[in-house]
Ligand binder design. Structure first.
Ligand SMILES: Nc1nc2c(c(=O)[nH]1)N=C([C@H](O)[C@H](O)COP(=O)(O)OP(=O)(O)OP(=O)(O)O)CN2
Ligand SMILES: [Zn+2]
Length: 140
């Protein structure tokens, strides 16, 4: 029996990675009618998933080094963690708008320094509810 796994023909395709970040925050959704429970102050353990893609890999075989996403963690920890989101964000803090806002932060601040391209940001507010914002790029 050989000591090596067999050689295979490597298929063409695209690579996708994801990394999860978490933070705790309070919010309310001030635009909701007064009888809606989510108009009241409450909190979530937010999970944010950042999804990046590339057709080719940087050494040693990365779309983007997961460690290169650390500035996003620093941003979340400094600006969002243990805060009232409706007080610190320039948007109404629904999951959908938070996903779009975080995608904008990544495109402005992180994407220029990493090889991968942002595909989407998912925001999980609860174990059962989440929203995803998909970045639409102009046709090249
Ligand atoms: N499309 C969206 N709907 C709602 C959002 C949102 O961001 N996008 N947010 C909320 C509230 O923030 C709420 O905290 C979560 O709502 P909901 O899942 O209804 O609340 P529960 O976890 O208590 O769920 P139950 O299934 O009722 O236990 C509301 N909607
Ligand atoms: Zn909520």
């Amino acid at each position: 029996m050989s000591d090596h796994a067999p050689t295979v023909t490597l298929p063409h395709g695209t690579f996708t990675i994801a990394k999860r970040f978490t933070f705790q925050a309070g919010h309310r959704l001030p635009s909701l009618p007064p009888e809606h429970k989510c108009g009241r102050q409450h909190g979530h353990s937010y999970e944010v998933e950042v999804i990046l893609t590339s057709d080719s890999l940087a050494d040693p075989g990365f779309v983007t080094d997961f460690g290169d996403l650390h500035p996003f963690k620093e941003f979340i920890d400094k600006e969002l963690d243990h805060r009232n989101l409706h007080e610190v964000l320039p948007i109404e803090p629904t999951s959908e708008l938070l996903a779009q806002y975080l995608a904008g932060w990544i495109i402005d601040n992180l994407e220029p320094t990493v090889p991968g391209e942002l595909v989407a940001v998912c925001v999980h507010e609860t174990v059962s509810g989440w929203a995803r914002f998909d970045v639409v790029r102009p046709q090249r």
